[in-house]
Design a protein around this ligand. Sequence first.
Ligand code: ATP
Length: 323
Amino acid sequence: MKKIGVYTSGGDAPGMNACVRAVVRTAIYNGLEVVGIRRGYQGMIDSDFDRMETRSVANIIQRGGTILKTARCEEFRTPEGRAKAAINLKNAGIEGLVCIGGNGSYAGALALYNEHQIPTIGLPGTIDNDLYGTDYTIGYDTAINTAVDAIDKIRDTADSHNRVFLVEVMGRDAGFIGISVGISGGAEGIFIPEQEGEMDKIIEHFDHTERRTKAFSIIVVAEGDEYGGATALHNVLKDRYPDLNVRTTILGHIQRGGSPTAQDRVLASRLGYEAVLALLRGEGSKAVGIERGNVVLTSFEDAIGKRKKVDQDLITMAEVLAR
Ligand code: ATP
């Protein structure tokens, strides 16, 4: 293998740049040429390629977002779109790929591998931490720290006015962000997709009038909880407790931005490095992750098809600590 391509795809995540940097520098160190593919699969279809040098990734380790940009690309979901991409890659002499993205990006890489035999190594780049085959995804640590920082600030104002604050965090299908932010933000309630019945505890809590009127509370709500997010939950609470001084904050995309934490930079660097070594060993169609401190390779089929679960012990612990 003489030339590889690297791309970021799906939702951006802090640490993607640190990962691109690691891929580029490891590849060059090992005598490979590296091409940056801009805007993910769209860039593959449009031949939006750019040769990368050691210096092209200088001064990006601390930057959020992705210098390669990212995109969602409907055309790549079709065999014709993927055939176009494969021709462009072959014409550019690209013999292997590193894909930094989430579940959908892995699905695209698997299809490209099955149909056109282009070896691809996937790296988990998503703030949601919902990918099988790795304990943590790139961007998750930064996202939860951003959210906790916001909660600490909300706490100050909630305390001053004896208000109840519902804070919505990202997580349409998974509660990893919700549970971590809830625990570290000291929340009284945590609503995540994996858990039903949280409302019973909230009712038990707020049925005490003094807790509604004389104390403040922080409740963390994932977008995909059983009520469908913080705004819906706000309405449910107001209907039941008209005297409740409740405010809702949706953290939204600020969770995606910002400078990656040291932990995300180390994770991204390590995964980027390992991805290139895996390609050089002749691997393809696999995702690299870190489990219990060790580098592990997982087939794309498993990484896409299997589900990583929020630790039930954490949910139980959160309930105890919120009392
Ligand atoms: P995030 O977790 O941040 O949403 P993601 O990688 O899951 O990231 P998606 O939008 O699901 O993001 O996928 C990114 C791109 O991958 C899509 O825009 C599409 O081009 C491609 N893709 C997704 N699923 C498939 C599939 N089944 N077959 C081919 N390509 C796919």
